[in-house]
Design a binder for this molecule. Sequence first.
Ligand code: ADP
Ligand code: MG
Length: 400
Amino acid sequence: MKSQNFKIFIAFILIINFLMLLGCDSKYPEQNVKEVDTAKQTDTILTKQKSSINIVEQQQKSSVHQKKEVQKSSADLKEQALESFVHITEQDNKLIGSAFLLNTFCEITLYDENNENNNDLIYDTFELCRNYENQLSCKITDSEISQLNARQINEVSDSTVNLLYEALKYSKLSDGALDITIGSVTDLWDFTSDSKTVPSPGNMQKALKTVNYQKVQINDNQVSFSNPRTKIDLGAIAKGYIADQMKAYLIEQGVKSAIINLGGNVLCIGTKADNAGFTIAIQKPFEEGYVVAVHLDNFYQSVVTSGIYERFFEKDGNFYHHILNPETGMPVNNNLASVTIISEESTSGDALSTACFVLGLDKGMELIDSLDNVHAIFLDLDGNLYYSENLLEELQIDIL
Ligand code: ADP
Ligand code: MG
C-alpha cells in the first residue's frame, strides 16, 4: 500500500474509532432504533470496537495512541489487584466491567438485575481471564506455553492440553492455514510497539523451518516436538477459548444475560431482558460506519472477526498486518479485509476466523460450508460482502 493511501487509511481508522465511541447509530434500520437508542454504547456491540467506558472518557485521544499507552502498563497487570484496573460502571440497569487484558480492551456487560454480587462476579470473571492469559500467552515468560517453548517443561495442565488439541484440530482442518507452531515466525514480528520490525529474509527462512503443526505430539499431558526450535503461539485461538471459559463460569454463577467482549471477540449469554436477541455490528475497516449487523439467537452467540486493520504498521510505504501466511511468514495478502465467524462457541469462531482469512475467499468459504452450525461473512478490500451457504436463511442480518 502506498504511503499516501496508508495515511488516508489511518485517518479513516481514527475517524471510525472516534465515531464509534460517540455511538454513531443513525444508519441502523428502523427496527433497531429503539435498541440502539437505549443502549447508545453497548447494547449493540461492534465486533472490533475497542469499546469501554474508559475509552469513552478519553475519546479526544486517538485510539492508536490510547492503545500504546495502555499496553505499556499491561505487563505489570499480572500480579496487580484487579480492583485497580477493572473499571465498573452502572448504566441503564446493566453493569459494565472493562479492563485491559489479553493485550486488548475487554468488557463484561451483565444485564441481570437484582444481584448484589455482580461487582464481585465481574472481578472474578476477569481474574479467570487473567489466569488463562498467564497460562497460555507466549508473550508472558513464565506461562505454560512459554516454558514449553523454552523446553523448560514438557507437561502441561489439562486445560492447556485441551486447547492444544482443539488448536491442532483446526490446524489440520485448515490444512495448516492456521498453524499454531508459527511461534518462531511471530517472534520476528512486533505489531504492538513502535519498533516496526520487518524480519530479515535469513531469519525468516530459519524460522519457517520450525513451522509445522505436525511436529507437535501430545501424549496425556506430555507435549513434545520433533523439531527442537518449534514454538507454539495460541494467539489465533486463545481469546475465543478464554471467552468460552468466562461464559461457562458466568452461567455457573447463575448469569442469564450478558455479553463478553474480548477486543472484538464477542460472546453472548442468553438474550436481553425483553427476550430480544443481541445485535452485533461488524465494523467497516477502511471507512466510516458499519458493514452489517447480525441478530443473534439463543444458539448463535459468538461473533469473531479477524481483520487486517487490528494490528498493523507501515514501513517504507508498505503495509504489514498480523495475520501471517505460515508458508512465507509474511502478512496474508489476498484482497480480504476481514472474516467474521458466527458460531455457538468462540473457540471455533476464533480459530476459523484466522484460518479462513489465511485460506482466502474460495477455500475459506468451502471450509465453512463443509461444517455444521457455523456461518461466515467475508469482506473484501473493495467492500464486497460474501455469506456462507444458508446464512441468510438461518440468521437475520441488516446490511448497513
Ligand atoms: P486477533 O488476535 O487480533 O483477534 P486473530 O485471531 O486472527 O486476531 O489472531 C492473530 C494472531 O494469531 C496473531 O497475532 C499471531 O499471534 C497469530 N497468528 C498469525 N497468523 C497465524 C496463522 N496463520 N496461524 C496461527 N496463528 C497465527
Ligand atoms: Mg482468531
